[in-house]
Design a protein around this ligand. Structure first.
Ligand SMILES: Nc1ncnc2c1ncn2[C@@H]1O[C@H](COP(=O)(O)OP(=O)(O)OP(=O)(O)O)[C@@H](O)[C@H]1O
Length: 282
């Protein structure tokens, strides 16, 4: 596995070409209902074998970016107007959701969306839609990552807790043998301890299986602690990127996303220094 060249936290997008197993989003513009432009030239790379985080406040366009990658814009009446998305040399932007899954890119949706009337184990088996591998062995593999799940295997998923539902949803996605996992706000509505447990599990799967992960989060703290590289999005644009450790120590990110203020009220990210510096390069 090759790690990307370290970038200063506020550097312009790297111009390096994609390597084997990378997922690249190149200058993508998305509109809903033909008129509402939400993404305005988004470029990012999910490096093979790495965890990449995409941060931003409400409405920045993070979920729309995931939908563009996973071929799920159409049901929302959205489309990619410009730009391309490719994975491992294959263009994803023209594919529907099923074909994106077949190519190895699988999204865990926001809000869990488990099949509430099915048991936990039936939910997991529903993820084996591609028929790859042996589902018995796959279930055992998932149970090792999420040791709570086997104790709940016959329970109706609708009666499990929010954290357990998040684990079921991730486990279900893993049954499809993804090469890239897309996670939409796994921390949403969960207690801090559970969030930490879920991120630990994701990190472990990433390390042990070499699975690439793109995680969308408003909780910058946990996302930066558990990722290799990060992007900050605002108003449909990437406004900052860098190694996660560098972003976490960047004063603007600290102030705006990590809640570390130096004696004053929070500002808009637009007002902070790096955003202005970054804008000069665009
Ligand atoms: N189906 C849709 N039709 C029209 N506009 C939409 C649709 N989905 C999202 N939008 C708009 O696109 C913008 C970006 O939304 P998106 O959900 O991608 O942002 P986000 O960064 O994921 O925010 P959040 O964390 O609140 O989900 C918002 O202004 C939203 O109202």
């Amino acid at each position: 596995m090759t790690l990307s060249t370290p970038q200063p936290a506020n550097a312009p997008p790297p111009q390096t070409s994609a390597s084997h197993g990378d997922l690249t989003v190149n200058n993508v513009e998305v509109v809903y209902h033909d008129i509402i432009q939400v993404l305005r030239g988004v470029s990012l790379t999910v490096r093979a074998g790495q965890v990449t985080s995409l941060l931003g406040t409400n409405g920045a366009g993070k979920t729309t970016t995931l939908r563009a990658i996973s071929g799920l814009l159409k049901p929302e009446n959205g489309k990619i107007r410009e730009g391309t998305i490719s994975f491992d040399g294959k263009t994803l932007s023209a594919l529907n959701g099923t074909d994106v899954v077949k190519s190895g890119v699988v999204q865990v949706p926001e809000g869990r969306r488990v099949f509430k009337h099915l048991s936990v184990e039936e939910n997991l088996r529903a993820g084996a839609i591609l028929g790859r591998g042996n589902w018995h062995a796959d279930l055992e593999r998932i149970y090792t990552y999420f040791p709570k799940l086997p104790t709940l295997r016959h329970k109706q998923a609708g009666y499990t807790s929010g954290g357990e539902q998040q684990m079921i949803a991730i486990g279900r996605a893993l049954m499809a043998h993804p090469k890239v996992l897309l996670l939409d706000e796994p921390s949403l509505g969960l207690a801090p301890l559970l969030v930490a447990e879920i991120f630990d599990n994701v990190r472990r799967i990433n390390r042990e299986e070499g699975l690439s992960v793109l995680v969308v989060e408003q909780n910058a703290n946990i996302a930066l602690r558990n990722s290799d590289y990060g992007y900050v999005m605002e108003n449909g644009r990437i406004v900052m990127e860098g190694l996660s450790a560098q972003l976490a120590s960047n004063p603007d990110v600290k102030e705006f996303y990590l809640g570390v203020t130096e004696g004053g009220a929070r500002k808009s990210f637009k007002d902070v220094k790096s955003y202005k510096r970054r804008k000069r390069w665009m």
